[in-house]
Design a protein around this ligand. Sequence first.
Ligand code: B12
Ligand code: SF4
Ligand code: SF4
Length: 348
Amino acid sequence: MHLDAARVKARALELGFDIAGIARAGRAERAAAFHAWLEAGRHADMAWIAREPERRCEISRVLPEARSMIVVGLSYFIADPPPEYWSDPLRGRIARYAWGRDYHDELLPRLRELAAWLDAEAGRPVAHRAYVDTGPVLEREWAARAGLGFIGKHTLLIHPEWGSYLFLGELLVDLDLEPDPPGDDRLGTCGSCRRCQDICPTHAFPAPYILDSRLCISYLTIEHRGAIPEALRPKMGNWIYGCDECQQVCPWVKQFSRPGRARFLNYDPEWIAPRLADLAALDEERFRARFRGSPIPRTKRRGLLRNVCIALGNSGSAEAIPPLEIAARDPDPLIAEHARWSLARLVR
Ligand code: B12
Ligand code: SF4
Ligand code: SF4
């Protein structure tokens, strides 16, 4: 039975995605760039991404029967919190994608529903794999190939009508679906702009389209487990979970970001721009209760409080001293060391 690609994409939108496109499964065109990135150590301590690198470049290694890849995107843009929250150095900044419930839990069930619908349409079980972030695929390249936009110099996927605040997901299927024309070819690019490279507080882009995770605040605050290199701490400002600096300045984001169909985002400014002193006082139990269901527990309490201590030190405010004095006595040596480092900056 022939399945109409337009109906498949329409169904994806009905299931709550904002954009959908189709690519023919095959080899990643920029596999060499991925290998070079790993060889240069730009994945930092993310050993899982360096495991079986060829598997990430060749869809048939993930699902031998795969013929097509349905790529979906969901906008996670919502309005900024009021400026008095956003610019207060005694409040933390959380990257937008983490403003609410964990997107993995929201997108994967929708992709599985799409797979079930395809079974019914095809009249047979469709071999498939559903991925949101955690699968062994180069998601941005596939999104661009499925016509969903182009890769910006900050390495993220930009859709010309939505910007880059997009979650991506994929459904690999054994169906032959008409592919979309690739995004790069028809949708424009960065031109001579380099705002993302210039604004990056830690200069994490050694060249356009290449990110060195070892320097990226997103990596340092979320993925990195140990102490944060001292030279980078003052550059982290009040980012306590992820970083959006390179996206905030992007002209595509400024012009085209808009709320989509995501209903799991959190508008509460107290949650998305929390008082650092409140976070510094969280014990294990209250940490778990406060962030349950959101992406934040990925850092565990020790990772978040390490970041909070740095942000308190970067605030330049005497109000940061009492919570830091308490954190400096934390039984966890990682938290205590970062608190002492920040105190030394504030009490001179
Ligand atoms: C590891 C990872 C990270 C790492 C490394 C990021 C990186 N740039 O590689 C860290 C922890 C730093 C990170 C940070 C963030 N991440 Co992340 N991350 C991933 C993950 C799991 C793998 C990415 C990967 O394979 N990296 C390896 C590098 C080499 O791959 P790549 O950059 O895609 O490589 C291509 C380009 O370099 C390109 N290329 C090379 N040369 C050239 C030249 C030209 C001209 C062009 C056009 C392209 C090009 O070809 C390469 C191969 O395809 C993906 C999910 C996935 N499975 O893909 C999410 C993912 C990329 N992350 C995502 C998000 C939201 C973020 C953050 C915004 C979170 C935040 N706010 O803190 C930041 C953004 C930082 C940034 N500027 O990239 C989203 C991005 C959505 C989008 N619109 O693109 C993804 C897709 C997850 C998802 N499903 O939603 N992330
Ligand atoms: S997320 Fe922040 S630190 Fe990472 S590349 Fe973008 S601006 Fe730089
Ligand atoms: S800020 Fe400029 S260079 Fe960077 S991704 Fe956006 S358009 Fe491209």
